[in-house]
Ligand binder design. Structure first.
Ligand code: AMP
Ligand code: ZN
Length: 501
């Protein structure tokens, strides 16, 4: 398996520190608002990476924090007339709920910054003691000049950065790039006691403290959007390595930005769409399928048209799966001599088995290449097409039936590895049959049950009998009655079924 490492700017063979285990840290959201679909893209990308690592047999410990103390949260609370803790709690839960809705797996551990203050204080104290940080009037800053590697992750030169930095408003800092580890308490703001004075942690120190506490250093993978490389991740490296004297992270993975009209989606630009609003009219699987079709490191330009195309693709997959299920269910071994089946059974089966094998190979090949989900999805699409055409004339023989079952299950399984869960939809199929069929079947064929699917079965059977008995009036009444309910009878080589019009 190869992964692109921002630290070395190259694709490297992925070898976790401990065989079979992966320690994975992912920056979580600052919980002051609902997330937008740009944020969602990053969380979805890393969910796919995590799922694939698990599929490949790794035991993954996935830690994702919630930043629940921050200027933005404090400001929001002032605007709303509530407390920062209330704002943080509300948007933390909203985040957890919406992640669940789009099928992002729960992290193994989800630490909250406000519950981890003592580990942050410990790191800051160590940095002060070793001369990497200094306290002024209750604020504490990290001294970037004390860490010669500063700039390595983002590929920036510290001297250029310093000369390019704006004349610093805060003249108490030794260097313009020095960043806050601790902010002195202000009246009415959340604050914790520390040896250098009460206050609250800076943003960067949170991730250093929480990753160290739950994963140790170094750990295997650190993820986030590429807008976090500088300064957030650069600062995390500086704090952690200066504190422990050990490397911080083995592989740095960064996702590309979601844009609209080529502009980065962001709250501050005002060009954002909240995930929860988009999910009001789009299925989460369609949104995921859309995002899978662009490599996670590339920029992704969002548009409604692209989302509609993805919805259509999703429906194509589902309709193909229904065709396969239908063919599998309606297949009945026929009493014909093998030679009357011709060579059809053999060729369909052999072809389909080859397709399944090729799809599995291609899937792994693409995903092993820096999680190329777009390639993996197109391999699945090929199997969808092959599966569909293999049942267009029904199923020939038991070995063909088994191959079709395998094709069906392979499509479902591989999409699930990418987090596209189609079974959820299949479970709801019952609900898609309109209630009205129960009354229709009662009126026309004396149905006395209350399960719509059973009513449909009886109607179809009655119609077939009516046709066989040349009772055209009944056959037509059944067809017309279903039609009024938006259902159409389809006669296929494998039997009769109903579909939505
Ligand atoms: P924030 O709450 O701003 O720290 O963002 C949470 C996550 O969303 C981080 O991993 C960011 O890198 C990511 N993110 C923010 N804006 C975008 C965007 N437009 N496209 C993709 N990811 C983004
Ligand atoms: Zn972070």
């Amino acid at each position: 398996m190869k992964v692109y490492n921002t630290l070395t700017r190259s694709k490297e063979e992925f070898v976790p520190r401990e065989a079979g285990k992966v320690s994975f840290y992912m920056c979580g959201p600052t919980v002051y608002n609902h997330i937008h679909i740009g944020n969602a893209r990053t969380f979805l990308s890393f969910d796919v990476i995590r799922r694939y690592l698990e599929y490949s047999g790794f035991d993954v410990t996935f830690v994702q924090n919630l930043t629940d103390v921050d200027d933005k949260i404090i400001n929001r609370a002032k605007e709303e007339g509530s407390t920062p803790a209330e704002v943080a709690e509300y948007y933390s839960q909203a985040f957890i709920d919406v992640m669940d809705e789009i099928g992002v797996k729960e992290p193994t551990i989800r630490p909250r910054a406000t519950q981890e203050i003592s580990s942050m204080i410990e790191i800051i104290q160590t940095l002060i003691d070793s001369g990497h940080a200094y306290a002024i009037d209750g604020d504490v800053y990290f001294a970037v000049r004390s860490f010669p590697e500063y700039g390595r992750l983002s590929g920036r030169d510290i001297d250029q950065l310093l000369s390019g930095a704006r004349v610093e408003v805060d003249s108490r800092k030794r260097d313009a790039l020095d960043f806050a580890l601790w902010k002195a308490a202000k009246p009415g703001e959340p604050a914790w006691e520390a040896p250098w004075g009460s206050g609250r942690p800076g943003w960067h120190i949170e991730c250093s403290a929480m990753s160290e506490r739950y994963l140790g250093t170094p750990f295997d993978i650190h993820g986030g959007g590429d807008d976090l490389v500088f300064p957030h991740h650069e600062n995390e490296v500086a704090q952690s390595e200066a504190c422990t004297g050990k490397p911080f992270v083995k592989y740095w993975l960064h996702g590309g930005m979601l844009t609209i009209d080529q502009e980065k989606m962001s709250k501050s630009e005002g060009n954002f769409l909240l995930l929860k609003d988009v999910l009001e009219h789009v299925r989460p699987q369609a949104l995921r399928l859309l995002m899978l079709q662009t490599h996670y490191r590339s920029q992704f330009d969002y548009s409604v048209e692209r989302l509609q195309e993805a919805t259509a693709s999703l429906e194509r997959i589902e309709s193909a799966l229904r065709n396969l299920s239908w063919a599998i269910e309606s297949y009945a071994p026929v009493a014909v001599a093998p030679n009357e089946l011709g060579d059809k059974s053999v060729s369909w089966t052999g072809d389909l088995l080859k397709h399944i094998e090729a799809t599995r190979e291609q899937f792994v090949h693409h995903m092993d290449d820096d999680f190329n989900a777009a390639g993996a999805v197109s391999a699945i699409f090929e199997l969808v097409t092959a599966g569909n055409s293999s049942v267009k004339d029904g199923i020939y023989g038991e070995s063909h039936r088994l191959a079709v079952i395998e094709a069906h299950d392979t499509i479902v399984e591989l999409l699930a590895v990418l987090g596209v869960d189609l079974l959820a939809k299949a479970d709801n199929n019952e609900e898609e049959i309109p209630e009205g069929v129960v009354a229709l079947a009662g009126k026309l064929v004396g149905f006395s049950g209350d399960i719509p699917a059973a009513a449909v079965d009886l109607l179809l059977e009655a119609r077939n009998n009516a046709r066989a008995n040349k009772d055209w009036a009944l056959a037509d009444a059944i067809r017309d009655g279903l039609s009024e309910l938006g259902l159409m009878i389809e006669d296929t080589p494998s039997g009769t079924r109903i579909v939505r019009k």
